[in-house]
Design a protein around this ligand. Structure first.
Ligand SMILES: CC(C)(COP(=O)(O)OP(=O)(O)OC[C@H]1O[C@@H](n2cnc3c(N)ncnc32)[C@H](O)[C@@H]1OP(=O)(O)O)[C@@H](O)C(=O)NCCC(=O)NCCS
Length: 182
């Protein structure tokens, strides 16, 4: 496969299954998954519906999808700047290191700039050193540490054995009924 023959183009509806399955291989593993962001089919379909211009694929002449990039933009209330956000970027592990990620990112950036974006953001697990190095090469800097915490909520439902039976409820209703009028 000649990487120069790989085309970077906008994702089409027929690409959705291939993108989903490639993302599943890349992002479902314990190394890259985070609790606050999960790869699933909605990540692809929502991106495709909301920001089709920022959903890109890398395709061989034979029609094989080797990589993809899904991005979005947003503005802050009362803020003057428009921000771009690289939500997901992935290249098939067998074809990493061939500049496909760079090409996908550069096309994404070109399109974001065309939409008036002033700053592009990305986030990933601190352990994803490969991606951090990659984004540094793409010109990203000023990494900020952010703490995120979690709390498991205990089941708040009715306690076992203390559920009020229909019979008891009926009896309780009887108990609070006003005395019959004479
Ligand atoms: C991050 C990723 C998209 C990079 O794609 P890629 O096609 O392999 O990257 P490129 O070949 O364009 O790399 C460009 C430069 O980035 C740097 N780089 C890329 N991957 C790197 C790695 N694993 N370790 C260190 N540097 C890396 C290198 O400097 C490289 O230039 P070089 O090949 O001339 O040395 C790819 O590794 C990937 O899919 N990773 C898993 C998913 C992921 O973590 N996505 C990012 C978060 S959403």
């Amino acid at each position: 496969m000649n990487p120069n023959e790989v085309e970077i183009r906008e994702m089409e509806v027929e690409d959705i299954p291939a993108v989903y399955h490639l993302g599943d291989r890349l992002f479902r593993g314990p190394r890259l998954s985070t609790l606050y962001r999960t790869w699933d089919a909605y990540e692809v379909t929502t991106g495709f519906n909301q920001d089709p211009e920022l959903c890109l694929v890398a395709e061989t002449p034979a029609g094989e999808i080797l990589g993809f990039a899904l991005g979005t933009t947003y503005e802050k209330e009362k803020g003057a700047w428009k921000y771009g956000y690289v939500v997901w970027l992935g290249v098939d592990p067998a074809y990493q290191g061939l500049q496909l990620g760079s090409k996908l990112y550069q096309e994404m950036e070109r399109r974001m700039q065309g939409q008036g974006v002033r700053m592009v953001l990305m986030d990933t697990a601190a352990s994803n050193q490969g991606a951090i190095e990659f984004f540094k090469q793409m010109g990203f800097g000023k990494p900020r540490n952010q703490v995120w915490m979690s709390k498991v909520l205990r089941d708040q439902g009715p306690k076992k054995g203390r559920r009020t039976s229909p019979f008891r409820r009926k009896r309780a209703n009887l108990e609070i009924q006003p005395p019959p009028q004479r």
